[in-house]
Ligand binder design. Structure first.
Ligand code: X2W
Length: 294
């Protein structure tokens, strides 16, 4: 079949208002472990990121890697469990987490971006003291006695101070920062931070224009299972109270609310497995997933 080049030119022309709207914007992109399902998905993602930077839209990539950590822990016969979407992380586990996130995954994304002609630089929350953490705490109520007890999640970190200076330097140049969600404690500890939490905290510290949370679901769904394209913080709180937002979506919407509260322009929850999800959201009329604004 003959290719319709006029249609291609039209598509480019239609992107003009969006390119103008996001000119010079900072867009924090959370790339989850599930979204990097195969080499092709990785290549497409990398290409979108390089295209953004080429168009003077400044991406800051924060990645996850939950499934890849699971795989490595399994190989090493280390078992792990999750509480509210957070991995209970003992001393042996945090070593593996840092090796997988800061090593294989971070360098894999850096290499994929550079293979598309970008200039990616990989770092973790330890570099230039980017993300200082404290031990995360989790209290649970015993259903029978209603007595609250504190669960020990080990080396799960809660970001208390983000120093985005290093990222701002990259944004102002032609480098693309790629950040592994590993935080540092003030007493020499290494902390495992949920990728969404890290992305939210970094986006807020940078006062990013957009935070894109690439996941493996199409967005926030209503009671009928249809994606809600536009939401306010108020809508999110209301839907959560009604139990319509539940399960794995809760950490994402909580991250979104905290990021908006912290000064991020808007947060989009979208399916990272869909081809060119970032381009669809930023540069087309239709957009993608669910956008949450103040
Ligand atoms: C995550 C870090 C990786 C992550 C973990 O250990 O799996 C905590 O749960 P995804 O792919 O974005 O889920 N950390 C504390 O968040 O990966």
């Amino acid at each position: 079949m003959k290719r319709d080049w006029i249609a291609t030119a039209r598509t480019l022309s239609e992107a003009l208002p969006f390119l103008q709207r996001y000119d010079g914007a900072t867009v924090v992109v959370k790339f989850g472990g599930h979204a990097m399902s195969d080499d092709e998905a990785m290549e497409r993602f990398a290409r979108d990121i390089v295209l953004m930077k080429q168009c003077n839209v400044h991406p800051v990539v924060i990645h996850g890697g939950g499934p890849q950590i699971n795989e490595m822990l399994k190989r090493l016969s280390i078992t792990s469990e999750f509480v509210d979407g957070k991995r209970v992380t003992d001393a042996a586990t945090v070593e593996v987490v840092e090796m997988v996130l800061s090593g294989r995954i971070n360098k894999g994304i850096v290499q994929a971006i550079n293979a598309q002609g970008g200039r990616a630089v990989g770092l973790s929350g330890k570099d230039a003291s980017l993300m200082i953490c404290e031990k995360a705490t989790k209290t649970v109520k015993d259903p029978d006695s209603a007595i609250e007890k504190v669960l020990d999640l080990g080396f799960v970190g809660h970001p208390v101070k983000v120093n985005p200076g290093i990222l701002n330097t990259f944004v102002a140049s032609d480098f693309i920062p790629v950040v592994a969600p590993v935080g540092m404690g003030t007493k020499g500890e290494t902390f495992n931070v949920n990728g969404d939490t890290a992305a939210g905290a970094i986006a807020a510290a940078m006062k990013a224009d957009r935070l894109l949370l690439l996941t493996d679901v199409a967005g926030v769904k209503d009671a009928d299972g249809d994606v809600i394209t536009d939401l306010t913080a108020e809508n999110v709180r209301d839907l959560t109270e009604k139990g319509i937002i539940s399960g794995g979506m809760i950490p994402k919407t909580e991250t979104a609310l905290a990021a908006i509260e912290g000064g991020v322009g808007a947060v989009v929850i979208l399916d990272g497995r869909a081809p060119h999800a970032c381009l669809l959201e930023l540069f087309t009329e239709q957009g993608a997933g669910s956008i949450i604004k103040r």
